[in-house]
Design a protein around this ligand. Structure first.
Ligand SMILES: [Zn+2]
Ligand SMILES: [Zn+2]
Length: 593
C-alpha cells in the first residue's frame, strides 16, 4: 500500500501544477505585490503585514506592500474592500466595519481578500494562509509555515463567517497575547496594531466586568447608614446581595453603570450583575422584593431582570449600540415568567453546575439544558459563560475534549451571541491547554468543525513524530475515564470515581512511546513533559510511593522549575499560595522515610 502512495504522489503533484496558471512565488522570486488602498483601516494594514510575513516564511520571498491601491494587474494580492474589489468582483459590496465574515477569490491572477474592515479582512488573510499555504498557529510560541519552492493557483473562491459574534477562549495565552488571539480569530482581546506592541482601540468584542452590584453599592460605603440597601436574609439585612426593590439602589446602580460605560468605551456589554457566592440563600426576602419576584414566576431571576431592564432603559439613549449584561447564575439561573430582557440587555447564562465530561445528553445536564432553552425563548441576546477545565486542579487529566462540541452546538442552537470558554486563564500550560485553546477557538468559529481532524492537525503539528502516541493517550484517557464516569463537574479531585490507580501508570507508558519517537529533540520532549505532567500530579496524589518510584515526582520537579509554576489551582492562585512547594515538602519528607 505504501508503495502505491509513493508512486501516485508525484503524478498528483504534476497534474496539479499543470492546472495552476498563476505562480504566486517560485524559487524565492515573485512578481506579486500586496496592495492596500489609501483608505484601508489600521487592521487591514496589519493584515497586509501578516500576509507579507507569512508568505515570506513559506516562499522565502518578501512581497512589497503598495499602499497606493494600485499595483500591476494580474499580480496583486488585494487586501481589504476597495475600488479594485468592486470593479473586479461585480456584485460584491463593502461589509459593515464589525462584520467578521470574509471572502477570498481570484480574478485573472489577482487574489482579492476582504471582509469587514475591523476583523473580516484579517480573517480572510489568516484563512488564506491556513487553507492555501498550510500555515498554522498552534500556540503563542509554536507556528508552522511549511517551506515551499513554489506555489501556484488557478481559481480560488472561499468565504466563511463565524457562528458566534463574541468568541472568548479564556485561556492564558489568547487572553494575554493579542497577536496569537487574532490568529485564532478569538475576539475578546484587542487587535494588534501596525505600531509595535500597541493594540487597536475598539477592535475587541468584550464584556466589561462581572459581579458588579457589590462594586456599585459597596458594603463599606453604604451598609452602616443604609442597611436597607442590602438583602434581607432570615430577618437580617446582610450585604450578600442588594435589595433590588429599593429605588435608591436602582438610582445608584444606574449612575455607576453610566460612569463605567463612559469611562470604558472599548466594550460591547457592561455588567450590572449579582455578587458571586454559592450560599443557599441570596435573594432579598423583604416583602417588596418577594412581591415583584413572585409576579415573574418566583425564580429569583425575575426581580433581577425587572431591575436591570430599568437600568438598560436609562442608558439606552446615550449608548444606543451597547448592551447591559446580567447573570443567570446559580440562584438566578432559571428563566423568569412574564418578563423579557430589553433588546439592549444580554443574559449571561453560566453552566457552573454542569457535568463537563459529557454532552447535554448527560442526565446531570438536563436542568441546565432546560434553562438554556427557556432563556433562549425570552432573551434576544444570550451570552454563555461556560466552564471547560478543572478549577480545583488545573493539572489533572480531564477527559472532555470530545464533549466540548456538543456544548458549543447547544449554545449556537439556542441563539447565543457569545460564548466565554473559561479554562486555565491564570497561567500557561494547564492540562492540554495548548490543544484546548486551539480546538475551542475552532469550535467557536464553526461548531460543526470535525473535532477528530482538528485533534489530528494539532497533534501532528505540535508533537511531530510523537503525535500517534499523544492521540493514543487521548483515546485511552477518554475511553476509560469519560465513559466510566457518571458525572464530573468543573471541580475535579484526584479521589473522584472516574480515576483508578493503574490509570496514570498505563497512560505514562503510552507517553513513553512518544518520547522514543522523538528521542533527541529537546523541544518536543518538553511538549511531552507538559502532556505527562497532569498524569504525574494525579499519580502523586493517589499513589505517592509509586509516583516516587516511577519518576513522576522527578518530572514534576523538572517541569515546575522550568516553567516557573507555583499554584496549581484557582483558589491557590487567588490566595497567592504555593501549591508546588506543598508537594515538594510532602515528597522530600516521603523520600527520607
Ligand atoms: Zn428587598
Ligand atoms: Zn455527565
Amino acid at each position: 500500500m505504501k508503495r502505491i502512495i509513493t508512486y501516485l504522489l508525484p503524478l498528483a503533484v504534476l497534474v496539479a501544477s499543470c492546472n495552476q496558471n498563476h505562480l504566486l512565488f517560485s524559487n524565492g522570486n515573485s512578481p506579486y505585490t500586496i496592495v492596500v488602498a489609501p483608505g484601508a483601516s489600521e487592521s487591514e494594514q496589519y493584515a497586509a503585514q501578516e500576509l507579507q510575513q507569512w508568505i515570506q516564511k513559506v516562499g522565502n520571498v518578501k512581497l512589497p506592500i503598495d499602499s497606493t491601491g494600485e499595483g500591476r494587474r494580474g499580480h496583486r494580492l488585494i487586501v481589504g474592500y476597495n475600488g479594485l474589489t468592486s470593479s473586479l468582483v461585480p456584485g460584491s459590496k463593502p461589509q459593515g466595519i464589525k462584520d467578521e465574515s470574509f471572502r477570498y477569490c481570484t480574478r485573472d491572477g489577482d487574489i482579492l481578500l476582504w471582509g469587514g474592515s475591523m476583523r473580516g479582512t484579517l480573517n480572510a488573510v489568516y484563512s488564506f494562509l491556513e487553507r492555501e499555504l498550510g500555515c498554522r498557529w498552534y500556540s503563542a510560541d509554536v507556528s508552522v509555515a511549511p517551506a515551499k519552492k513554489s506555489w501556484g493557483f488557478n481559481a480560488l473562491d472561499y468565504s466563511d463567517s463565524p457562528a458566534l459574534r463574541m468568541r472568548n477562549v479564556f485561556y492564558y495565552e489568547p487572553n494575554t497575547d493579542s497577536v496569537f488571539a487574532a490568529r485564532l480569530r478569538s475576539n475578546q482581546t484587542r487587535l494588534p496594531s501596525i505600531h509595535e506592541g500597541q493594540t487597536i482601540e475598539g477592535s475587541s468584542e468584550r464584556y466589561w466586568n462581572c459581579h458588579t452590584m457589590g462594586q456599585f453599592v459597596p458594603e463599606e460605603k453604604y451598609f452602616k447608614d443604609h442597611p436597607e440597601y442590602f438583602s434581607l436574609i432570615d430577618g437580617k439585612r446582610t450585604p450578600r446581595q442588594l435589595c433590588l426593590s429599593n429605588p435608591d439602589v436602582l438610582k445608584i446602580c444606574i449612575e455607576e453603570l453610566r460612569k463605567a460605560m463612559r469611562g470604558n468605551p472599548d466594550y460591547l456589554i457592561y455588567s450590572l450583575s449579582q455578587n458571586d457566592g454559592g450560599e443557599e440563600k441570596n435573594a432579598c426576602e423583604c416583602p417588596e422584593c418577594q412581591r415583584i419576584d413572585n409576579q415573574y414566576g418566583g425564580k429569583n431571576s425575575g426581580i433581577v431582570l425587572w431591575f436591570v431592564n430599568q437600568a438598560a432603559d436609562a442608558v439606552r439613549d446615550e449608548f444606543p449600540d451597547k448592551y447591559v449584561g446580567t447573570f443567570a447564575y446559580r440562584y438566578t439561573r432559571h428563566a423568569p415568567v412574564g418578563i423579557k430582557p430589553r433588546d439592549n440587555v444580554v443574559i449571561r447564562l453560566c453552566s457552573i453546575e454542569c457535568c463537563i465530561i459529557h454532552g447535554y445528553d448527560c442526565p446531570e445536564n438536563q436542568d441546565f439544558a432546560k434553562d438554556l432553552r427557556d432563556w433562549s425563548v425570552v432573551a434576544p441576546h444570550l451570552y454563555i459563560w461556560d466552564y471547560v477545565t478543572g478549577f480545583s486542579n488545573y493539572h489533572i487529566p480531564l477527559p472532555n475534549l470530545r464533549a466540548l462540541q456538543s456544548h458549543v452546538q447547544a449554545f449556537r442552537d439556542n441563539n447565543a451571541i457569545g460564548v466565554m470558554e473559561q479554562g486555565g486563564y491564570e497561567n500557561k500550560y494547564t492540562e492540554m491547554s495548548e490543544l484546548r485553546t486551539y480546538l475551542l477557538s475552532r469550535l467557536l468559529w464553526n461548531p460543526e468543525v470535525n473535532v477528530d481532524s482538528v485533534l489530528t492537525d494539532f497533534t501532528d503539528g505540535y508533537y511531530g513524530a510523537a503525535a500517534p502516541a499523544v492521540r493514543e493517550y487521548i483515546n485511552f484517557e477518554h475511553n476509560v475515564l469519560a465513559l466510566d464516569s457518571d458525572v464530573q463537574d468543573c471541580y475535579p479531585w484526584y479521589g473522584d470515581d472516574m480515576f483508578f490507580d493503574e490509570f496514570a501508570t498505563e497512560a505514562r507508558k503510552i507517553i513513553a512511546k512518544g518520547r522514543e519517537a522523538v528521542a533527541g529533540d529537546a523541544e518536543l520532549q518538553r511538549r511531552l513533559d507538559l502532556v505527562e505532567f497532569p498524569l504525574c500530579v494525579l499519580q502523586m496524589e493517589r499513589t505517592p510511593q509509586q509516583a516516587l518510584e516511577q519518576g513522576a515526582y522527578d518530572l514534576f520537579l523538572k517541569v515546575t522549575k522550568r516553567e516557573g509554576m507555583t499554584f496549581l489551582n484557582e483558589w491557590d492562585c487567588w490566595k497567592n499560595r504555593n501549591t508546588v512547594q506543598r508537594f515538594i515538602d510532602k515528597f522530600e519528607k516521603l523520600k527520607t522515610q
